[in-house]
Write a protein that binds this ligand. Structure first.
Ligand SMILES: COc1cc(COC(=O)c2cn[nH]c2)cc(-c2cccnc2)c1
Length: 246
């Protein structure tokens, strides 16, 4: 997968040199390229923002640098990339959407700052590539860089060869099918006795059926406590399946 990131803070992405993603880049599984938006400014102050038409607080990112950056990065011959634009006003980024993005050959991330990017940039980009405005949560960051790191990490770990067997992504609690979108329950490792706390005996029993039942029970308890709305969705799905099979 090729990933291009356009940002005014390229140094923000130093973490992508590390760990699993760093190794995947060295192995050629991931081709991540960083671009400084200011390379496409034309004034001596490298201005990327200006005051909003219609008034209001803050600044808006100018269209011209973005238009030329996207022409340069995403404008080549051949199939266009998918443009991903992290923003509080985007559609929710979920594990399911990460799975679909991981099937794309080429993603370009536009990291917005200030109050956002002039709306004509997305309208212009949509003329020549698919554009996805994604929100990683209902809060406001200072810029799209942190959200891009989240999306790149979530998508990259799903690519074949990025996670070793030890960190398999298959059992992710939000991975389709595994535990049916329930939250992960508690996990334990050695030693069996630590600071007067014991590991639940069932986990040491060797009875895999009992372990699976215990884990599902703990997942249901955790989900009921932290995300009760997921249980309502699960119940609705199971009811739908039962009614279909009747
Ligand atoms: C591209 O336009 C943006 C992008 C971002 C950065 O992304 C997030 O905050 C985010 C992404 N998922 N969840 C939060 C922030 C704004 C913004 C809006 C209003 C006031 N202040 C800032 C606009």
């Amino acid at each position: 997968m090729r990933i291009d990131i356009i940002t005014i803070f390229p140094d923000y992405f130093a973490p992508l040199e590390l760990s699993l993603i760093g190794k995947a880049r060295a192995a050629g599984i991931l081709d991540i390229r960083l671009h400084d938006l200011r390379s496409w400014t034309r004034d001596r102050h490298n201005t990327v923002d200006d005051t909003p038409y219609g008034g209001g607080p803050g600044m808006v990112m100018k269209p011209q640098p973005w238009g030329e950056a996207l022409d340069a990065v995403a404008g080549g011959a051949g199939a266009p990339p998918r443009l991903v634009l992290p923003t509080p006003s985007g559609t929710p980024f979920t594990q399911e959407r990460a799975k679909r993005l991981s099937d794309e050959p080429w993603l370009v991330f536009a990291c917005g700052r200030y109050e956002g990017i002039d709306a004509r940039v997305v309208a212009d980009a949509e003329r020549r590539m698919p554009v996805e405005e994604l929100s990683i949560g209902d809060y406001v960051l200072a810029g799209g860089e942190s959200a891009t790191l989240v999306i790149v990490e979530t998508v990259s770990r799903l690519l074949p060869g990025v996670l070793g067997n030890a960190e398999s992504a298959v059992q992710d609690s939000f991975a389709a099918g595994a535990m049916e979108h329930l939250l992960e329950g508690p996990v334990y490792t050695k030693p069996a006795h630590w600071r007067d706390q014991e590991v639940p005996p069932v986990l040491l029993s060797g009875d895999h059926g009992a372990v699976d039942r215990w884990r599902r029970h703990e997942a249901l308890r955790k989900t009921a406590r932290n995300r009760p709305e997921l249980l309502r969705e699960l119940a609705a799905r199971r009811l739908h399946e039962l009614e279909r099979s009747d």
